[in-house]
Design a protein around this ligand. Structure first.
Ligand code: PGA
Length: 265
């Protein structure tokens, strides 16, 4: 896995609480066989946790180099390493069943499951402890955008995580993906313009560099929120956008293929 090469871009499929074994089998048979391992796009599939191991086995059964080019991400992680936490799943368990990445701080976790910045920051640490790469999701609500608070909100969300990442941890060069996902764009069909996304990503990069310029080189910034095939070419063409996090459209094979193919034109 290479999360630090500047040319590497990410296509992340977040299936949320959707899909089943039949869907996964068909997805891997059709989509993954069209995926070309020699492109600079890293595909990360984030199935519901119960299907991680099944996905892993399906991917392993693909021929090389394909089986080495498709990664798995979990959609959530416990903020504890182990113990009496009924229903929770630890980072080491996710790693054990084949995950390399983990989504943390998705707005559905923040809003529906009331995860706060401090809990999200502990989840990032637990991910690193387990050897997983966090995909930290940040983004403003519509009200916050209208009140011109976008940068402030995102800095606060990033800052909460950065405040627990010690200099020693940063010096290890641990990779991080940050997903800019405006809450108002998720699942709504609304998207910011490419220029707006680029300017938010630029501001985030500037903020990260100010904290630690060397470490910031290992951070990739991707965009998510109502990404569809029709927008994909323009999004991939913007150098500030280092990948796409796709929810609803990742459940529709042709739509996801369109997004992928737009990256390789
Ligand atoms: P969407 O979801 O593509 O359906 O808007 C994106 C996400 O929630 O990660």
């Amino acid at each position: 896995m290479n999360t630090r090469g500047s040319a590497t871009r990410f296509l992340i499929a977040n299936w949320k609480m959707n899909g089943n074994i039949l869907f996964i089998r068909e997805f891997i048979e059709t989509f993954c066989k069209k995926f070309r391992a020699d492109t600079a796009i890293q595909l990360i599939l984030c199935p519901p946790v119960i299907y991680l191991k099944y996905c892993f086995d399906q991917i392993q059964s693909l021929p090389l180099p394909l089986s080495n080019a498709i990664y798995l991400g979990a959609q959530n992680i416990a903020s504890y390493s182990d113990g009496a936490f009924t229903g929770e799943i630890s980072g080491s368990m996710l790693k054990d069943v084949g995950a390399t990445f983990v989504l943390i701080g998705h707005s559905e976790r923040r809003n529906l499951f009331l995860e706060g910045d401090a809990q999200i920051a502990s989840k990032v640490l637990r991910a690193y402890d387990a050897g997983l790469v966090p995909i930290l999701c940040v983004g403003e609500t519509l009200g916050q955008r209208e009140a011109a608070q976008t940068e402030q909100v995102i800095q606060q969300q990033l800052g909460a995580v950065l405040s627990v990442l010690s200099t020693e941890r940063r010096a290890l060069g641990l990779p991080l993906l940050v997903a800019y996902e405006p809450v108002w764009a998720i699942g709504t069909g609304l998207t910011p313009t490419v220029e707006t996304i680029a300017s938010v990503h630029r501001a985030m990069r500037h903020y990260l560099k100010e904290i630690d310029s060397k470490w910031a080189q290992g951070v990739s910034i991707v965009y998510g929120g109502s990404v569809k095939g029709v927008h994909a070419e323009a999004l991939w063409a913007e150098p500030q956008i280092e990948g796409l996090l796709v929810g609803g459209a990742s459940l529709v094979l042709d739509e996801l293929l369109g997004i992928y193919e737009a990256a390789t034109v």
